[in-house]
Design a protein. Structure first.
Length: 139
C-alpha cells in the first residue's frame, strides 16, 4: 500500500506543480483551463455537438453552455446549423480560435519544458510511454 500512496502523492504533486506554473506564467489570462480544453478538442474534431463537448469534459450539456457562450462571444468559436437537421448545431473553431490556441500552447509548452527540463531525453521517453500505456488501457 505504501507504493500506491507514494504514487498518488507524486501524481498529485506533479499535477499541482504544473497548474501552479501555468498560473504563474499567466498564459491562461482571460481563459479558463476548461475553455482551452474546448478549443483543443474542437481543433482535433469535426462536426462537434454540445453533447460531445460536455461528454469530453465530463459535465452536463447545460454546464457546457456558459463555456461555449463565452468562447462564441469573444469570436474563438462559432455555432453552425446542420443543413439537413436544423435541430443539430455544430460548434466550430474560428481562425481567431486557432490563433488563440496556438498562442496559449506555445506558453504552456515553455512551462512544461521548464518543469520537465530536469529529465533527460531517455527519462522523458519512458514517462511518455508510461502515460500512453495508462491512457490506452483506459480508453
Amino acid at each position: 500500500m505504501e507504493k500506491n500512496e507514494k504514487l498518488l502523492s507524486a501524481i498529485f504533486n506533479v499535477g499541482r506543480l504544473i497548474r501552479e506554473e501555468i498560473h504563474a506564467s499567466n498564459c491562461l489570462a482571460d481563459f479558463t483551463h476548461t475553455e482551452v480544453e474546448v478549443l483543443k478538442f474542437l481543433h482535433n474534431k469535426k462536426n462537434v455537438t454540445m453533447k460531445a463537448i460536455a461528454d469530453y469534459l465530463y459535465i452536463k450539456p447545460s454546464s457546457a453552455t456558459p463555456v461555449i457562450d463565452k468562447l462564441a462571444e469573444n469570436g474563438n468559436i462559432k455555432r453552425v446549423e446542420n443543413k439537413d437537421d436544423r435541430r443539430v448545431v455544430y460548434i466550430e473553431l474560428t481562425v481567431k480560435g486557432k490563433k488563440t490556441l496556438e498562442k496559449k500552447y506555445k506558453t504552456i509548452h515553455k512551462t512544461i519544458d521548464k518543469i520537465f527540463g530536469k529529465l533527460n531525453e531517455k527519462d522523458k521517453k519512458i514517462l511518455i510511454n508510461i502515460f500512453e500505456k495508462i491512457n490506452n488501457e483506459n480508453i
